[in-house]
Write a protein that binds this ligand. Structure first.
Ligand code: SAM
Ligand code: SF4
Length: 352
């Protein structure tokens, strides 16, 4: 494995480690906790510009690339981008991963993504029944529409496994957002489903990203509560959270695999966050909870004729001045009885 360059540090001493690149802000679902736009912003990056961004981040020391959206499988250039970034392993890139709702993951696409060099795949599913999936995915056709989506995502998990994504090696995972009073009854059915499939389930707290998902603190089911509910059914052992990781992980004592919980709201992990986000139209954000105005437009450095070093310097400068610790600040504001700022960029635009 190539050692790669030494990444820049931000104002809290956090190194750049991960690039999350959004390919589109559009989606084929309309999960009410996310609510994507029905169209992309103007000025989408070209494939050459996307590749330039990834190359610059890797040249600065980013070791992992996550492709996301919106729904990245809507993007026809996805496989080509994976194939074009795979050679960057020789320059220090260690992992290429994808987050998707899985609805469009046919057997053929799973195989071609694997062949192109995709290392890991995380699929998202917030219910284990047709009715719950319909509610969480914002489907208008009721339980039968939900069953269709559920069947497709379950098939997608099978296609991914058949294509070589090994869940036992952490190459295939399942994300589920759990909202208090909405799909909390799906927690144990989803855990059962994931255990049966041998796939690690990641339970995600409902986050206050975006402005139109009606987020309220009492709609968050805390990670502690989620773990307690699973633990009372299948006792768990704690494995902790890896450095720079998002999930605290647990193992089932009966040997039923692993569970992760992403406690971005109740137990912020800003302290070692190493993630840089770049939207489909080339705007860089250094925090998931950023306001729209905190984005930095990279397009001036992506114009023809502008040298690659200039883009690299722009990204390095942006990272060095990064001071974000929004989720921790939200907690501090709550403790002091002060309302935290509420204007956030939208999740499907940022890419999660
Ligand atoms: N469409 C893809 C998917 O759903 O996996 C990729 C993009 S989506 C924005 C990435 C992840 O963010 C998904 O697992 C989704 O469930 C999660 N997500 C979206 N909105 C969220 C919110 N308000 N709170 C917590 N997680 C959220
Ligand atoms: Fe689409 Fe993913 Fe947002 Fe759901 S969470 S609406 S699948 S982008």
């Amino acid at each position: 494995m190539e050692p790669g360059p030494v990444p820049p540090l931000d104002t809290h001493g956090r190194p750049l480690g991960v690039l999350r690149l959004s390919l589109t802000a559009r989606c084929n679902l309309a999960c009410p906790y996310c609510l994507p736009d029905d169209r992309d912003p103007p000025g989408l990056l070209s494939q050459a510009q996307r590749l330039a961004v990834v190359e610059a981040a890797v040249a600065l020391g980013a070791r992992r690339l996550r492709l996301t959206g919106g729904e990245p499988l809507l993007h026809p250039g996805l496989e080509a981008l994976v194939a074009a970034t795979a050679p960057l392993r020789a320059r220090g890139l260690r992992e290429i991963s994808l987050t998707s709702n899985g609805v469009l993951l046919t057997a053929e696409r799973a195989r071609s993504l694997r062949a192109a060099g995709l290392d890991r795949l995380t699929l998202s599913l917030d219910g284990a029944s047709g009715a719950a999936v319909a509610m969480m995915a914002g489907l208008t056709g009721g339980a039968s529409a939900g069953e269709t989506v559920l069947r497709k995502v379950l098939a997608a998990l099978g296609h991914a496994r058949d294509a070589g994504f090994d869940p036992g090696a952490g190459q295939l995972k399942l994300n589920a957002v759990i909202q208090q009073g909405r799909n909390e009854d799906q927690l144990l059915p989803l855990a059962t489903l994931a255990r049966d499939l041998g796939v690690e389930l990641r339970l995600i707290e409902f986050m206050d990203v975006g402005n139109r998902n009606g987020w309220r603190p009492d709609a968050v089911l805390s990670a502690t509560e989620m773990v307690e509910r699973v633990n009372s059914r299948w006792p768990l052992n704690t494995l902790g959270r890896e450095q720079h990781g998002t999930a605290s992980r647990w193992s089932y004592r009966d040997g039923g695999g692993r569970l992760g919980v992403v406690a971005s709201v109740s137990q912020p992990f800003c302290g070692d966050c190493d993630r840089l986000r770049i939207t489909a139209d080339g705007v860089a954000y250094t925090c998931l909870f950023s306001a729209p105005a905190q984005g930095h437009d990279l397009r001036p450095w992506l114009r023809p004729g502008v040298p690659q070093e200039a883009l690299r310097e722009a990204l390095a400068g942006l990272w060095r001045q990064r001071g974000d610790r929004w989720s921790e600040e939200r907690q501090e504001a709550w403790r002091q009885g002060v309302p935290p700022p509420v204007r956030h960029a939208e999740m499907a635009y940022l890419g999660g």
